[in-house]
Design a protein around this ligand. Structure first.
Ligand code: PXL
Length: 257
């Protein structure tokens, strides 16, 4: 009998299901991986705006993880919106306590609509405590720019930022370039090779693209794919979900996962 592969997401709640741990769980399920989840923050939002953000009490957050992980061991896990430096530190401690591998970090800063999804110091805390123990970090161009202080205008800039970000300790860096003008280019750097994947831009405003893509990478790692294969499969999965995106409100489209 095959053991069920399990992926964990530690992320914010998005009631629309377009982003946050809800989108992560749908993506895991669609890729044949069983999803478990710990909310790190709550949001009040619809397909237009995020109106409020609330941190989960750190003690309760810690207790949720302990209760879940003394029982189940995920084959891979991802972090999304972690909101505060304190939550980031707790996550890094739990990685050691529960010997968690295949960590994928989506360093979420803000929603597509522009609302801040973190307190001051979160990116710095992630860089210090989580990047060194990550399998792969997946910033978008904006996050990569804030993390490195580099301007991000083209593929060359993305490559420079990836080289710099690898110094902070992850095994690989993927920078998503959906925000580039013209073609949408994503790049992977594993310390020796670059792999660039290019696609025609899909017109429209989408919500949760980063969450779905990083969850798809996480699911692939849980399924024992190498990072390059995981990148290619996750990109293909996300592109198809964008192509068939659904309208559930009056604002942004939701990926069809
Ligand atoms: O797409 C980034 C993101 C991540 N996590 C949560 C969100 C959003 C965007 O709105 O709400 C919970």
């Amino acid at each position: 009998m095959n053991k069920q592969k399990i992926a964990l997401t530690i992320a914010g709640s998005d009631p629309t299901g377009g982003a946050g741990f809800q989108a992560d769980l749908k993506t895991f399920q669609a890729m044949g991986v069983y999803g478990i989840s710990i909310p790190a923050a709550l949001t009040a939002q619809n397909t237009h705006v995020v109106t409020q953000v609330k941190e989960i009490d750190p003690k309760f957050f810690s207790s949720q993880i302990d209760t879940l992980l003394i029982d189940s061991h995920p084959d891979a896990f991802k972090t999304g919106m972690l909101f505060s430096p304190e939550i980031v530190t707790i996550v890094s401690e739990k990685v050691k306590t529960y010997n968690l591998g295949n960590l994928v970090i989506d360093p979420v800063r803000a929603s597509t609509s522009g609302a801040s999804l973190m307190e001051e110091g979160v990116l710095e805390a992630m860089k210090e405590h989580l990047f060194p123990i990550a399998k792969v970090i997946i910033p978008n161009m904006n996050e990569a720019s804030v993390l490195t202080g580099l301007e991000m205008k083209n593929e060359d800039d993305m490559k420079k930022a990836a080289i710099e970000l690898l110094q902070s300790g992850p095994e690989a860096v993927i920078i998503t370039g959906g925000h580039l003008k013209g073609k949408a280019i994503d790049i992977l750097f594993d310390g020796s090779d670059f792999l660039s994947l290019e696609q025609d831009r899909i017109e429209g405003e989408f919500h949760g693209t980063g969450c779905v893509f990083s969850s798809a990478v996480t699911a692939c790692l849980a399924l024992d794919y190498e990072i390059k294969e995981a990148f290619i499969k996750a990109k293909d999965f996300t592109w198809k979900a964008m192509k068939t995106a659904v309208t559930i409100g009056k604002g942004m489209k939701i990926l069809n996962v």
